[in-house]
Design a protein around this ligand. Structure first.
Ligand SMILES: [Fe+2]
Length: 363
């Protein structure tokens, strides 16, 4: 039996709930007050506490970006692009993701790796149906099935984000005692094969507010001194799914597979660009392997502060009806800004293809 909305929403992981944005400049059907129903009820979050997944297994993966034409003739044939920052973020119009050939999707993977975040405007993606949406995302890797969040009945590949006047998962998690609700993270970084080219499309949104903050973990790494970079390279850190699972269990939500803890390199290399990126995030990274407790806390606090304060390598992604944001989860971190009028509904969906086992940088 499908759960109540409250049950569904409280099973969303804290970091995941924070990640998802909204916002726009035009009032239309996609800016709905609470009294209206969702524009896309098919994607209403579904929750079954008895749903179980097998543990994930390692699969072969080749990044589509590694076989792309660097000139990107398919992606750029009709596109207009505007860079938001020198380090990350590009707005793209004049091309439909749904019309790209396999070669075009390869180019999309490479461009997302290079620019970190791509903001596609005026897309038909939300209307092409779940099977086609999954087919496109599947081009970029096996799609992660989230162990605790709301999904779509029959389609566990979808990670559903939903908030309206009566349901506020972010505030439920943090309570009312925080000064701000910024929470930098990289999605589900506890997975052995962490997400790569990630898709997020908006269904209902408020008229303004709710942007997503993104930062470049490549530039965060580049800002460090040569001596500090050398110290970080070779280190590994533990990324944990345990708090997310405990949060779900505490609220009577599902834990579809037992939570895992995974060691990843603190500095990883992107397989398509060769760029080095910091790979720690406050949402999931818990400790540095081989360091004593105080040493680990000291280093992680520095890295988390460095990332959070780097406004000169961050952007805000804004949302309009039809926007699809594609980011490379390996080289970015992000945070929601849940600042919008609570009387509006926010409804969005993420598809999260998993990529390679992180490649460690060597000093
Ligand atoms: Fe996220």
């Amino acid at each position: 039996m499908a759960p109540s909305v409250t049950e569904t929403l409280t099973t969303q992981s804290p970091a995941e709930a924070l990640a998802q944005p909204v916002g726009s400049v035009h009032l239309n059907r996609e800016h709905q007050k609470q009294e209206d129903g969702p524009s896309y009820p098919f994607y209403y979050p579904y929750w079954d506490v008895n749903e179980k997944f097998f543990p994930t297994e390692i699969f072969d993966f080749t990044d589509p970006g590694t076989r792309a034409d660097h000139a990107k003739p398919n992606l750029h044939a009709t596109a207009t692009v505007t860079h938001i920052s020198p380090y990350l973020g590009t707005e793209i119009s004049g091309v439909q993701i749904s019309s790209l050939t396999k070669e075009g999707l390869d180019e999309l993977a490479l461009y997302a790796a290079e620019r970190k975040v791509l903001i596609f405007r005026d897309q038909d993606f939300k209307d092409i149906g779940p099977d086609r949406q999954i087919e496109i995302a599947r081009h970029f890797g096996l799609i992660q099935r989230h162990p605790t969040s709301g999904n779509v009945k029959g389609y566990p590949e979808f990670h559903v984000v939903y908030r309206d006047a009566d349901h506020d998962p972010i505030r439920e998690y943090f309570g009312d005692d925080r000064i701000n609700q910024t929470s930098w993270h990289s999605d589900v970084s506890y997975e052995k094969q962490t997400p790569g080219t990630t898709f997020f499309f908006i269904l209902d949104q408020p008229p303004n507010g709710g942007d997503t903050l993104f930062l470049s973990q490549v530039e965060a790494y580049n800002r460090l001194s040569p001596e500090f970079k050398k110290r970080l390279e070779g280190l590994r850190a533990v990324h944990s799914a345990v708090p997310q699972a405990e949060h779900s269990r505490k609220r009577g939500g599902p834990v579809r597979r037992e939570p895992i803890e995974t060691e990843h390199p603190v500095v990883r290399v992107h397989p398509a660009t060769g760029e080095k990126a910091l790979y720690v995030n406050q949402g999931f990274t818990k400790r540095i392997v081989g360091f004593k407790t105080e040493e680990s806390e000291y280093l992680l606090k520095f890295l988390f502060d460095h990332i959070a304060k780097g406004a000169d390598f961050q952007i805000r992604a804004t949302y309009q009806p039809g926007t699809v944001v594609v980011w490379d989860n390996r080289v970015t971190a992000h945070s929601a800004t849940p600042d919008f009028d609570k009387s509006f509904r926010r409804h969005a969906v993420r598809l999260t293809p998993q990529a390679e086992v992180p490649i460690p940088a060597t000093a």
